[in-house]
Each structure stands twice: as structure tokens, then as C-alpha cells.
Design a protein. Sequence first.
Length: 313
Amino acid sequence: MDLPWEQRDPLTEALYQVRMSGAFYSWTESSGDGSVAMPEVPTTLSFHVIARGTAYLEVDGEEPVAVHAGEMALVPRGIGHRVSTSPGARLLGSAEELPQTMLGDHFSVLRIGPDDVAPHLSLLCGVISFDSPGAQQVLDVLPRIIRVDSRDRPVMAALVPLLSSEVLDPRPGGEAVATRLADVLVIETVRAWLAADPDLQTGWLAALRDPEIGSVLAAIHREPGRPWTLGELAATAAMSRSAFAARFTAVAGLPAMKYVAQWRMRAARHRLAAGDTVASVALAFGYGSEAAFSRAYARTTGETPGRVRRRAA
């Protein structure tokens, strides 16, 4: 029997998976002029909360994006970018290489410019990673930069000072609290973007919102190792096979069985990166042998399961 609290709409279920497995925070103050490079780290997301002044986010090939006090910006998918005091400001170096004061394993204070001059720019930056395939799928469909005014969102307006306080004044359990607050802050930012762009018609988010197709995606996400057939998926949507196949492709942008294969391998990659053996992942996802799974994984992703495990190690 399905319990009442197990019922979630597919989009909510996807956002529910946006939980962080690691985070690094930096409080940055600038009394001078310059630009700091955030390196490309594909499996992460960066966020910047502006407390004072205006910062400019610069991504190669795009116009600088101004982020003002009270606003927050996300840069998903680990896209390399620069945080600048003004467009085109002189590059000072990469964030991880600049001198900074470490206040713990996961928090630093970075100061730019002369110490005897009051800062004109203050911001909290974070680099976070996630521990679920669903979270990465959410990030993959986001634009390169999302900017939201936290003052227009009551939840965000309350979260930003709480997160800043936990990071700037570490207390017992503060890292866990800060990570959970950042979880919610990222989700709120994504929700704000969705609310501001309600006309998304195709792709993964549109498919999640579709009453029939969304229920199918949720079923696939819950049981990626199940040997799904097109008929079973169509029955889940209460549609005929032909009507379902056409509608799924039109809404999601790819055939249903191809989506099943991609999501299965995304979930398998998560298990491999977490340290599971190739044999155990093959068994969990219904493959008769390690060799059969390895062939299917390489065919879908372009790399071998062993390489994923070695890279994670």
C-alpha cells in the first residue's frame, strides 16, 4: 500500500534529490579591483551570495552578469568562471591558489586589496558537490548562470543570513547546518528560475511536469535496474504503446528506451563513483555478467566502468 507521505509529484521528487555530499565556502572581501578565477570542476555547482556591493560573473563567450547586494547566483555543472569587481578586471589568479586564511577544512576568508581600506564588496562563495544521479540531471538542464534576488523570495531572504552566520561563526555542528541550509538555498534558487520561466516546453523539466510522462520518469528514477519494456512504460502512463512512444519523444526530446538506458547508466555511475565494485553494480542493475554490464556502460557513456572507479579513487 502506498503511504500518503510517499506521494510526491515528479518535479518535487527530482528536486528532493538535490542534496550535497560536500561543500567548501569562502567569505571574500575586496577593497581593491581584480578578478578571481573559479576553476572548472564538472561535477560541482558554485554559488555566490552578495552581501555588499556588486560582483560580476564572467563566463567565456558571454556578457558579464552583474550580481548586486541581496542577490544570489548559481553557476551549475562546474562551469569555469571569474568573479570580478568590474567587467574585465585584472585576473589575480585562481581561487584555490590565492593567499587566504583557512578557518577550517571547508571554510576560508579571502581578502583582496589593502587591509587598511574598507571593503566595497563582500560575498559568500560556495563550491558544492552532490551525491545522487537525480541531482546531476537537475543541474544539467539549468542555464549557465542563474541570478535571483533573494529579497523577492521570503525563504531565501531568511536563509542567506542564517547560512552566512553559520559559516562566519563556526559552532559545533555548524558544517552540517550550513550544508543543509545550502541545500535548501540551491533548491529555492532553482524554483525561482522555474517560476520566472514557466514556458519551458521541451526537455527533461517539461517531461517531469507532464502528467503522463512525468509519472513514467518518476517510476524509472525509482527503479533504474528494472528491465523496463516500452509496453510497461506505456501502461504506467495509461497510454497505448504508439501514443506513448510518440509523446515521450516529443516532450522529453529522446525515445523512452534510450532515456531508460541513459538514466540506468547515470545511476550506475553514481554507484561506481561511490566505490561499489563493477560486479556488484552489474548485479544490482540486472545484468547477467560483469562483461555484459561493462559493454552496455561503455556503449552508452563512452567510457568503461573501471575507469570511473579509478577516477573516483
